[in-house]
Design a protein around this ligand. Sequence first.
Ligand SMILES: Nc1ncnc2c1ncn2[C@@H]1O[C@H](COP(=O)(O)OP(=O)(O)OP(=O)(O)O)[C@@H](O)[C@H]1O
Length: 262
Amino acid sequence: MTTAVTIPRHGGTGGRTAVAARARQVVKAYGAGETRVVALDHVDVDIARGQFTAIMGPSGSGKSTLMHCLAGLDTVSSGEIYLDETEITQLKDKKLTQLRRDRIGFIFQAFNLLPTLNALENITLPMDIAGRKPDAGWLRQVVETVGLAERLKHRPTELSGGQQQRVAVARALAARPEIIFGDEPTGNLDSRAGAEVLTFLRKSVDELGQTIVMVTHDPVAASYADRVLYLADGRIVDEMHNPTADQVLDRMKDFDARGRTS
Ligand SMILES: Nc1ncnc2c1ncn2[C@@H]1O[C@H](COP(=O)(O)OP(=O)(O)OP(=O)(O)O)[C@@H](O)[C@H]1O
């Protein structure tokens, strides 16, 4: 007997295809003439739905630029970016703002929590602003997944750095976005708090079916991902599946050695 395999429609994975986002021949150049810098050089990439993808590479290789272009936070010079079947590189400002609000979640290095609101109010704030009512069952599941059930009434100053970032993770998850982008989400945390947050990101992929893309410099953080993309000089030059931190570290050393000899 065969079993039909379907992509779960819950947990923010409500699209139809196995690819949550894709870039096609994306070029991003800054400046002009002699000061022109090509940050992305004809990048093609598919971001798998329901997976945790890390983007790594040396400083200046284009990691943040790629993430910003995929998330519709920056325009491309040429090429196409799709979120599911929507070509975001075709959208005008207003539609793009709407798409970011309704379909994308963000986690930044700085937690960006409002100090006067408690954890729960911070989590639901984006939806409150958008005039959307949070789904109570989903919210409960998110809060439990990120281990915040006991701390919902606490204000950010009453929480540790790791807990504050978990609030930011819950805030990103609460609206059930199709994809969450993280820019060094553990960059401001010590290793224990970082591990805590990465564990919850991993859980949100495994248990809630979330799609996550994270830029990181940290091999340990990258080892939580299903797939690591390596950028160099604005191109994707390699990828690794289910890597250990040591494997990621070795690959990075390899890059450094090549960088020095080339
Ligand atoms: N606004 C900008 N104006 C001009 N050049 C830029 C701008 N943003 C990025 N760049 C250049 O584009 C290239 C890629 O930058 P990007 O920030 O994407 O790299 P990165 O891999 O994220 O670096 P890091 O690890 O240091 O954060 C770099 O050469 C950078 O100097």
